[in-house]
Design a protein around this ligand. Structure first.
Ligand code: PLP
Length: 391
């Protein structure tokens, strides 16, 4: 059977196929970069228009009391089921970078006398930079350790380890349960970065007894460029969670305008300043697409898309080098060795992925709107480019 027929049959049988219609996608483009910037759900523009015209335009300052001020906690509760937890554990605010700082700082306070922070050696750079920035203030040592060696490297000296759930370059999926368990056996805390797993696969923070987690919302959650990130704090740490960016939005009584800081009870204490309402409410609208989605179904399609993509690439491009694990220990992206010029050429042909140094082409598979015909088109275009030696 030809790949084209197979792709059409797989799309026809796809239980998530109807979801694609909820997104505003350019039919001329094959979009495989939802792992970097998710596509907009159709109704977001209309909702934002309403927010600007009605809530802001007519409600003016009164809107803060009609849903704006509490939006970070309310929208956090909507993300909770996507990361395997319940209400009151997740808040949406600031960027992932800033939330990493807050979570790391809270972790070292919860583990006094432990001089070391471990950081995933392959981490997305900002995580390592933020850990180093904090360590410069606190006097901790930052040690970079491969995720697979984290369990063996942690000791009584370790306050906290920061691990990326899915590697942003190779899409390797890390074993959240095993690594968290090993850290706990030496009394260290586990801080997981979920940027490439939330909305891409089921995440089980409570079941794995994770202490702290952060993630961004503009990738697989389609919140829009720069939409605010989230921060998760395990129930057992909520009372002890003290973070140094203690702005008034995390205050127990923000409008009391008191001189001294006293953190809110619960997850709200992770907030710092005034929430960015337009971005937050765009994210709020974007989250509607998850209402009727089974994460098990999502994962099944993600892996199936990836398996099909691998078969196409291997058959159509004889010496292709796939950098993502072949088995199912991966997130929702396929990475292939290639040059920046190749990606530029693919993009000019309407197949949008991205390039990461030194020589990686990334193709994000977003099961809510990526079709089998899309990955086949990407494989075909890449094959043509390779054959014609254009790149
Ligand atoms: C995308 C990404 C970030 C981005 O952080 P920002 O503060 O939103 O710029 C951080 N960590 C990981 C693992 C990422 O993939």
């Amino acid at each position: 059977m030809s790949f084209a027929i197979e792709a059409a049959e797989l799309d026809a049988a796809d239980p998530l196929a109807a979801k694609r219609a909820e997104f505003d996608l350019d039919p001329a483009v094959t979009y495989l970069d939802g792992n970097s910037l998710g596509a907009p759900p159709r109704h977001v523009a209309e909702r934002l228009d309403e927010v600007v015209r009605e809530q802001w335009g007519r409600g003016l300052i009164r809107s803060w009391k009609q849903g704006w001020w509490d939006a970070p906690e309310r929208i956090g509760d909507r993300i909770a089921p996507l990361v395997g937890t319940g209400p009151g554990r997740v808040v949406v605010c600031d960027s992932t970078s800033v939330n990493l700082f807050k979570a790391l700082a809270a972790a070292i306070r919860l583990r006094p006398g432990r001089p070391e922070i471990l950081v995933d050696a392959a981490t997305f750079p900002t995580d390592g930079y933020m850990a180093a920035g904090l360590a410069g203030l606190s006097g901790h040592t930052v040690r970079r350790v491969a995720a697979g060696e984290m369990a063996a490297a942690a000791s009584e000296r370790t306050a906290v380890a920061l691990i990326n759930h899915v590697d942003y370059v190779t899409a390797e999926l890390r074993d959240m349960g095993a690594i968290t368990g090993a850290l706990h056996r030496v009394g260290a805390l586990a801080l997981w970065d979920l940027c490439h797993s939330v909305g891409a696969l089921p995440v089980e923070l409570d079941a794995h007894d994770v202490d702290l987690a952060v993630g961004c919302t503009y990738k697989f959650l389609n919140g829009g460029p720069g939409s605010p990130a989230f921060l998760y704090v395990a129930g057992k740490w909520l009372d002890g969670f003290e973070q140094p960016l203690s702005g008034w939005a995390g205050h127990r009584d923000p409008f009391g305008m008191t001189e001294t800081y006293e953190g809110k009870a619960g997850i709200g204490r992770a907030r710092s300043g005034t929430p960015d309402i337009l971005s937050l409410l765009a994210l709020d609208a974007a989250l509607d697409v998850w209402r009727d989605v089974s994460l098990v179904e999502l994962r099944r399609k993600s892996l199936s898309l990836g398996d099909f993509f691998v078969r196409c690439l291997e058959e159509l491009i004889p010496d292709v080098r796939i950098l993502t694990p072949r088995g199912h220990g991966r997130g929702s992206q396929l990475s292939v060795a290639g040059s920046e010029k190749t990606m530029d050429e693919l993009i000019s042909r309407g197949v949008i992925g991205d390039f990461r140094p030194p020589a990686v082409l990334r193709f994000g598979l977003t099961p809510l709107y990526t079709r089998y015909v899309d990955v086949l088109r990407a494989a075909n275009e890449l094959a043509q480019l390779t054959e014609s030696n254009e790149v």
